[in-house]
Design a protein around this ligand. Structure first.
Ligand code: UD1
Ligand code: MG
Length: 458
């Protein structure tokens, strides 16, 4: 199976990650804090927490703005033992890191500083960022060659070694011409970090405590600062919804390539949208225009036809789903089963080889192997107050346009006559007919027409 990239880093050095998430995010124009906006069905903050955790950080501290219980709660859900620190005044990135000093002052070999609004940095990159520290550097900075460097801090190097970072507002024209930029993420050697951070002042264009000043301070002390290069796409930060969409695009493009490299066919990859945790097996074919919400697994050999929408669902080996299928949370499609067009399933299991081919709602139900559910069948699972289950036995046949009023059981091998409203259990291998009996009145139509004609004639 082709799982999303999950790295497990067992490095000998102890690592604490500090995630800065005290951003105001005003340009999002949102009631929701910026770091809780989502990419591929997961918040920006959770992307960062997952990557730093996978890169080997044993301790994670998140710095949030005042009155941000929502962010603190999101952290607690994602990483229950993470520490949350509040930065009451936004005095700069170095000040923000110092707000979390309790997380590292008692000792950490490595301290990694990540930004909560820079969600695409991989665990592998965080691990690479730590490598120079093990080799003795005091600071390692994540750098990238910017297509357009404006707004970024510039990396001032000499003979390959990093001397300083200059924020654009403080940079001379000569420094502004440098294309090598600071992605913002940094790794600091724990034994020296606090001393460097405390030495940072705020005599600069923005009167802020710049984290970037640690580089120059370290170099002044005869320590080494290193640059680790990353791809610009990976370090893109998010300030508004346009950048949010751009980051989503980058994420999706990468995920599609991974899914195809894992042995799945995407006929029009640019129209298929994955969640951060979508698991796609080998020899799966996904037709155009398919959306995956979180928690979906597709086993080997399954086919997903066009225009389908899934969330927290499982599709078994060799199963076929869609076109226009909707699988909602708790839908489990058995091996070689078939779900056809305009079928919705929720909290329901479909046994091996079962078929639900057209225009059907299956909710809170268990459908046995090889059962066949006719077009227009509805499980009536809700009475306005509570939900009830429908159980359909193996090999049962439910005629088209039937309503199965739950709680109800259709026995194995039983038949339900088309158009029935089933309110009572149906025994195994029997036929249930629950509809008005047909009566043909011969000649009725012509008699009526004659009567109408006479009336009209006066
Ligand atoms: C920062 C870097 C810059 C780099 C750029 C990359 C500094 C001084 N500059 O600049 O070199 O090129 O990122 O995007 O670090 N934050 C707080 N509290 C604060 C200030 C910031 O939590 O007091 C958080 C923000 O929420 C954000 C991150 O730190 O997640 C970066 O802050 P931001 O103000 O965006 O820094 P930039 O000016 O972009
Ligand atoms: Mg920024």
């Amino acid at each position: 199976m082709n799982e999303p990239a999950q790295e497990s880093g067992a490095q000998a050095r102890h690592c604490t990650a500090i995630v800065l998430a005290a951003g105001e995010g005003t340009r999002m124009r949102s009631a929701r804090p910026k770091v809780l906006h989502q990419i591929a069905g997961r918040s920006l903050l959770e992307h960062v927490l997952a990557a730093t955790g996978a890169a080997g950080a044993e301790r994670i501290a998140v710095v949030v703005g005042p009155d941000r219980e929502d962010v603190a709660e999101a952290v607690a859900r994602a990483v229950p033992d993470a520490a949350v620190f509040i930065q009451n005044e936004r005095l700069g990135t170095a000040h923000a890191v110092l707000c979390a000093r309790a997380a590292f002052e008692s000792g950490a070999d490595d301290i990694v500083v990540a930004f909560g609004d820079t969600p695409l940095v991989t665990a592998e990159t965080f691990r690479r960022l730590r490598e120079p520290l093990a080799a003795g550097a005091a600071v390692a900075v994540l750098g990238f060659e910017a297509r357009d460097p404006s707004g970024y801090g510039r990396l001032v190097t000499y003979d390959g070694s990093l001397l300083a970072i200059r924020e654009e507002k403080d940079a001379t024209a000569e420094v502004q011409a440098i294309g090598l930029c600071n992605a913002g993420l940094m790794a600091l050697r724990g034994d020296i970090a606090l001393a460097l951070l405390k030495a940072i002042g705020c005599e600069n264009a923005q009167s802020e405590y710049y984290l970037t000043d640690v580089v120059e301070l370290a170099v002044q002390r005869g320590e080494r600062a290193a640059v680790v290069l990353a791809d610009e796409d990976e370090v893109q930060g998010i300030n508004d919804r346009i950048q949010l969409a751009a980051a989503e695009r980058t994420f999706q493009a990468k995920r599609r390539r991974e899914v195809m490299a894992g042995g799945a066919t995407l006929i029009a990859p640019e129209t298929v949208f994955f969640s951060h945790d979508t698991v796609v097996g080998r020899d799966v074919t996904i037709e155009p225009n398919v959306f995956f919400g979180p928690g979906v697994r597709i086993a080997d050999g399954a086919t997903v036809h066009a225009f389908s929408h899934f969330e927290n669902a499982e599709i078994g080996p060799g199963a076929e789903v869609g076109p226009f299928a909707r699988l909602r949370p708790g839908a489990k499609i058995g091996a070689k089963a078939k779900i056809g067009n305009f079928v919705e399933m929720k909290n329901a299991e479909l046994g091996e080889g079962a078929k639900v081919n057209h225009l059907t709602y299956v909710g809170d139900a268990t459908v046995g192997a090889k059962a066949n559910i006719g077009a227009g069948t509805i499980t009536c699972n809700y009475d306005g107050f509570a939900k009830f289950r429908t159980v359909i036995g193996e090999g049962a046949f439910v005629g088209s346009n039937s309503s199965l009023v739950a709680p109800v059981t259709i026995g194995a091998g039983a038949y339900v006559a088309s158009g029935s409203v089933i309110t009572e259990d149906v025994p195994d291998n029997s036929l249930a007919v629950a509809r008005g009996r047909q009566a043909n009145k011969e000649g009725w139509a012509s008699a009526r027409r004659n009567l109408q004609k006479q009336k009209k004639a006066g």
